[in-house]
Design a protein around this ligand. Sequence first.
Ligand SMILES: [Fe+2]
Length: 185
Amino acid sequence: MLRSAVAGVGVVDAAGSPAALADLAVVGLPAAGRARLGPARLGQMVAAVAAQPDGWGGLVRFDAGRRWFRRLELAEDYEVWLLSWLPGQDTGFHDHGSASGAFAVAGGRIRERTVAGAGQVRHRTVARGTVRSFGARHVHDVVNAFAEPAITVHAYSPPLTAMRRYELTGSGLVHTATDHAERDW
Ligand SMILES: [Fe+2]
């Protein structure tokens, strides 16, 4: 039972409902404004949402066919997404267009891979309760490299419009494709 595997993070069996989304108000998301939010503020945001599973627990799904994700919040200057990860599911290397971002692990743990200038790959395990924040130039690969399902909360500012995909080669990261919001996710 996947649900029981992540029960410790407050995932509930109730069907997702508009009421569950309305609960997000309790985590104190800021009113929409024109200012671009920085990585630190985005980190605070995802930490607050991840710590309030009553607001989104009923929405979480796990999909063996493709990574599951759902947008929780869209404002003029930021957006918040909820993602789930079955063992082995991964993003591949990508950036976030011109957006800064942050993610918090709300259940399980995931592994982030980044590449240094010399092509050296760094592996970082991000455990439940941990937040990673990054600026617009960040490129990473995120994978659930573990045996248990994982849940993460992500925020971006401005809202994502495109993400470039990369392949890791012997000479470093090579841009291979660009995904566009509304068309590719
Ligand atoms: Fe990412």
